[in-house]
Ligand binder design. Structure first.
Ligand SMILES: Nc1ncnc2c1ncn2[C@@H]1O[C@H](COP(=O)(O)OP(=O)(O)OP(=O)(O)O)[C@@H](O)[C@H]1O
Length: 228
């Protein structure tokens, strides 16, 4: 059994926005055991690791989507898996943005409609400047199915940022993007975190992008090891 991986919080003394303690989870085999992780205000944390090591599962657990078999997750001070479904929904709606590997856009709608749904639900404004910045201002009125994978990825990122969440969980957000666009997108995400004094939990295979975060961990052999 691996040793408990207790990770020291960073030097900054800001409030703890994401705090996981003693997380363990298994499917057919154990993915990780006794993981502790704290992410404070204004911090960006990346996790890398080989395919199948459990990175997405860890992201789902932190992002309220999957109850861990052991351990606790606090978001903005609330123990999320002890909340009622209604309370969980409110946190998901107003405080959490999840950038999924596979977008999950509404395919029958235009890009703009996909973004509008998010702004309506979270009571925020449609941000034209953000679309321009992400280079999708000329395609927003097209149906999502007419867009390239990279354009769809940017629409899904615009949808998440438009909600103005404090906590962003991003699973391979630059997987479909060329290097230049990947950097534009990550800069927009980083700036957003700064603007809202939020926190980012990023899963990526791109080591350069991981290294641009404040801390980097590798998930391997059931252990989350800090490598930067
Ligand atoms: N809902 C599920 N039911 C059963 N097994 C699952 C489930 N979700 C994930 N797994 C398994 O858990 C393991 C870890 O999956 P996960 O998606 O967390 O890995 P990952 O490190 O994110 O991989 P990748 O880099 O390829 O996205 C895999 O073997 C996967 O098949």
């Amino acid at each position: 059994m691996p040793l408990s991986t207790t990770l020291e919080p960073p030097i900054s003394g800001g409030p703890e926005l994401i705090k996981a303690e003693r997380l363990s989870h298994a499917f057919d085999y154990s993915l990780f055991e006794n993981i502790d992780l704290t992410i404070r205000e204004n911090e960006k944390v990346a996790v890398i690791g080989v395919s199948g090591s459990g990175k997405s599962t860890l992201l789902h657990i932190l992002a309220t989507l999957l109850k861990p078999q052991h351990g606790t997750v606090e978001l903005l001070g609330s123990d999320i898996y002890s909340l009622t479904p209604k309370q969980q929904l409110a946190i998901r709606r107003f405080e959490i943005g999840i950038i999924f590997q596979f977008h999950y856009l509404f395919k029958g709608m235009s890009a703009a409609e996909n973004i509008e749904i998010a702004t309506l639900l979270s009571d925020t404004e449609f941000d034209d400047a953000l679309l321009k910045r992400l280079g999708i201002e000329n395609v927003v009125h097209q149906r999502v199915t007419e867009l390239s994978g990279g354009q769809q990825q940017r629409v899904s990122i615009a949808r998440v940022l438009s909600k103005n969440p404090r906590l962003i969980f991003a699973d391979e957000p630059t997987g479909n993007l060329d290097d230049e666009t990947a950097h534009i997108v990550m800069d927009a995400v980083f700036e957003h975190i700064e603007k809202v004094s939020g926190a980012l939990f990023l899963v990526t295979h791109d080591e350069r992008i991981a290294r641009s975060c404040d801390r980097v961990y590798r998930l391997e052999n059931q252990v989350l090891e800090q490598i930067q």
